[in-house]
Design a protein around this ligand. Structure first.
Ligand code: KG4
Ligand code: ZN
Length: 395
């Protein structure tokens, strides 16, 4: 089955043509037009500009992906949740193609896409010549763990979600708009176990990065600076870490970072991350560097995400644990959660996306569509609507 995926829920106009035959996933063509350079100036995604950019890019991106390709069997589009200005563009483009080509159409949930992102194969995993990275070790670990219980493709190291022995799956999806713990007892069925009471983890990274003068998106920059810092240098709070539920709260942490910068007379200081990678911040007295600040802040977010996820794993005993969403590109988060699982739940599979597919992309939307298409859960183009607040556990 050939699926054309379209994703435009935030600041990436992404299109992918994916073939899934006998559970083997192959990406035939993909293209993403990122808007980061434009939104950077504003310190975050501006919905109206995002909508215009998606409208400008959607047809050229579809054209590029479909050049020299036969038509797909199904068209899949993110129809929620996300920015309505972006969703509308993708949804209308998908509806138009469905009408013109007389082709089945499916509206896919963006969070379901992130949950499927670790199943996307990537040749670069094989081609990489660099020393075995943590991610690869993890994939190897996953592969070993799944040998007897799930379908493993030697080529892609992928366990397929259609294998019943992968369930229950527990997924932590942490991105710029979401921080959710989701339980799936069976393919396509989702239950919300926990969520954020206020900001999302990625949003918290981005807002604090902005205070430091870093460009949007700030998560990768904070994490880069954190590499050389001391995660115990500043004692940031871990809001709700001991609460009995599986919910998160990040706004107190963000405020505490703001106060720390203010109290140390740093709020007005804008550092240039490129020119001053080792800037001392004028903090000789306490010898706290920007690296220490970033490492301490990053550690607080990781402790919250990993702490609540481990609590949920303990309760729900999933066979597979998935980490997805843009924040899942964070190396230390991948590593910390991986180590905790390995130590405490060694029998569970731990699946993480290739960093390229941690960010928003259309391949994950196409891959998540397969089981809906198998069940013929199609929508008439006349009926498909963009829904900015559609929760994956609503259906
Ligand atoms: O999933 P995504 O591409 O878009 C949304 O659906 O929101 O996630 C983007 C988010 C941004 O907040 C970005 O700062 C964060 O993911 N992010 C990271 C890292 N890479 C991206 N956060 C922490 N560490 C990273 N390495
Ligand atoms: Zn996303």
């Amino acid at each position: 089955m050939r699926i054309l995926g379209i994703e435009s829920s935030c600041d990436d106009t992404s299109v992918a043509l994916v073939d899934i035959t006998n559970e083997k996933i192959e990406i035939l063509a993909e293209k993403t037009a990122s808007q980061i350079e434009i939104h950077k100036k504003y310190g975050g995604v501006v919905p109206e500009i995002a909508g215009r950019m998606h409208a400008e890019k959607i047809l050229p991106v579809i054209e590029e992906v479909m050049k020299d390709q036969d038509k797909p069997d199904v068209i899949a589009v993110t129809s929620g949740p996300g920015l309505i200005t972006g969703l509308l563009v993708g949804v209308e483009a998908a509806k138009t193609l469905s009408m013109l080509w007389n082709m089945p159409l499916i509206g896919v949930n963006h969070i379901e896409g992130h949950i499927y992102s670790p199943f996307i194969p990537n040749e670069t995993r094989q081609n990489r010549v660099e020393e075995e990275s943590f991610e690869e070790k993890n994939l190897q670990y996953t592969k070993d763990k799944c040998k007897s219980s799930a379908i493993v493709s030697e080529k892609s190291l992928v366990v397929h979600p259609r294998d019943k022995s992968c369930y229950p799956i527990l997924a932590l999806v942490a991105s710029g708009g979401h921080s959710e713990i989701i339980l799936s007892k069976k393919e396509g069925q989702y239950e919300k176990i926990g969520g954020t009471r206020d900001d999302a983890a990625g949003e918290c990274f981005d807002k604090v990065a902005k205070l430091l003068g870093f460009d949007y998106p700030g998560g990768p920059k904070i994490s880069k600076f954190a590499e050389k810092g001391n995660p115990n240098a500043i004692k940031f709070p871990r809001p709700m870490i001991d609460s009995k539920d599986y919910n998160f709260s990040f706004s107190g942490l963000k405020t505490s970072a703001l106060y720390w910068l203010r109290d140390h007379e740093l709020s007005a200081m804008k550092i240039n991350p490129i020119q001053q990678p080792a800037g001392i911040f004028g903090m000789q007295k306490e010898e706290i560097t920007i690296h220490d600040f970033c490492a301490s802040f990053e550690q607080a977010i990781i402790d919250l995400l990993v702490g609540k996820t481990m609590k949920a794993i303990k309760k729900y005993q999933p066979k597979t644990i998935i980490l997805g969403g843009g924040v899942s590109a964070n190396k230390k988060l991948r590593e910390t959660l991986g180590n905790e699982i390995k130590e405490n739940f060694p029998a569970s599979n731990y699946l993480i996306p290739n960093p390229k597919y941690a960010m928003d992309n259309a391949a994950m939307i196409a891959v998540a569509t397969y089981h809906h298409a198998k069940k013929k859960e199609f929508t008439n183009w006349q009926d498909l609507k963009a829904e900015s607040n559609w929760h994956v556990y609503d259906t």
